[in-house]
Design a protein around this ligand. Structure first.
Ligand SMILES: NC(=O)C1=CN([C@@H]2O[C@H](COP(=O)(O)OP(=O)(O)OC[C@H]3O[C@@H](n4cnc5c(N)ncnc54)[C@H](O)[C@@H]3O)[C@@H](O)[C@H]2O)C=CC1
Ligand SMILES: O=CCc1c[nH]c2ccccc12
Length: 298
């Protein structure tokens, strides 16, 4: 296996912190049903990713594997300050103190005294605008207390961000969303740009994996040939070249190693446009489908 020995570049966030431009997700591939028994395969998978240079690790309370993520971090031997660790709070109840309790529990499992990025996993728990605003105020307090470096959200739509921004003292630094050629989120990306919110992308390989075949196939095949990389790497680069941070995952070391080739070339604006135009001919949402109705494209 070629060791590319690549340092993943970083994107500056609106609070001055830097997020590595490619993340490793500890989520869907190995989502555990129960917290219970420690799963060595998850620990080994994260350690492999770290060994390859994936220092941006994307976890969540709901993945029920923060214990494994924490052990892998410890056993990796990489200095904590070099890693960028994200976790997410699942469904707060709206009661003050709820998010703080969840974070403290996460930190305990992760064996960390802070996370680099803490996200509210989705807006769908909130029963009102006020819930969203109170939840965000709690996040601000946690940042102030030093338990998290950067705060953000995930799966928030323009209307959810509108509610948060009405009362926010600190703007969300990040919105983690599903993003790929078949779900381009143009209105939301415009909103992010206007407010200085960075976009991180889950499901970045969707168009070439679970939503394939489709109208981007020919464009991507041409680019695979031109840059001598795989469709996955073109998909990741398509995000990076739009200043969007892809979060991918695999249990296969070879795939994770190959994905790093996404950092060795650049798509030109015409190539990005070709993917965008082809992608807009199909719509596909892989996660949270029902929750996004009636407008699944938001
Ligand atoms: N905030 C949220 O609501 C969500 C966050 N996430 C985060 O994003 C991370 C990545 O999400 P994914 O959708 O898994 O990302 P992804 O689109 O990069 O897909 C990765 C998956 O595709 C598979 N894959 C890769 N190459 C393939 C090929 N050639 N043929 C078939 N399958 C192939 C991998 O084995 C892996 O399971 C998760 O681990 C999690 O951390 C994921 C979903 C929702
Ligand atoms: O974050 C992605 C979607 C999701 C929400 N909860 C879980 C639990 C396990 C795997 C994925 C997810």
């Amino acid at each position: 296996m070629a060791n590319l020995n690549i340092t993943i570049p970083a994107l500056k966030l609106n609070d001055g912190a830097s997020i590595p431009m490619l993340g490793y997700g500890v989520g869907t591939a190995w989502g555990k049903k129960e917290e219970g028994k420690v799963d060595q395969a998850i620990i080994d998978g994260v350690k492999t990713a770290i060994k390859l240079g994936y220092y941006h690790l994307d976890g969540a309370e709901s993945y029920k594997n923060e214990t494994e993520l924490g052990r892998a971090i410890k056993e990796s031997g990489v200095d904590r300050s070099k890693l960028f660790v994200t976790t997410k709070v699942w469904e707060p109840t709206g009661q003050t103190g709820d998010i703080e309790r969840a974070l403290k529990e996460s930190l305990k499992k992760l064996q960390l005294d802070y996370v680099d990025l803490y996200l509210i996993h989705s807006p769908f728990w909130a029963k009102s605008e006020q819930d969203l605003q109170n939840g965000w105020a709690e996040m601000e307090a946690l940042q102030k207390a030093g338990l998290v470096k950067t705060i953000g959200v995930s799966n928030y739509r323009p209307q959810d961000l509108d509610a948060v921004l009405k009362t926010a003292k600190v703007k969300p630094a990040v919105n983690q969303i599903e993003f790929h050629p078949y779900l381009q989120r143009l209105e939301l990306l415009e909103y992010h740009k206007k407010h200085g919110i960075a976009t991180t992308a889950y499901g970045p390989l969707t168009a070439v994996t679970r939503a394939a075949p489709g109208p981007v196939d020919d464009v991507i095949a041409g680019l695979e040939k031109k840059y001598a990389v795989s469709a996955g790497e073109i998909s990741l680069r398509w995000c990076i070249d739009q200043d969007i941070v892809p979060i991918t995952t695999s249990s296969k070391e070879q795939r994770l190693s190959d994905y790093l080739r996404a950092l060795t070339f650049k798509l030109n604006p015409a190539e990005i446009k070709q993917i965008n135009e082809a992608g807009q001919q199909k719509h596909f949402r892989g996660f949270w489908g029902k929750k996004f109705e009636p407008d699944s494209r938001l």
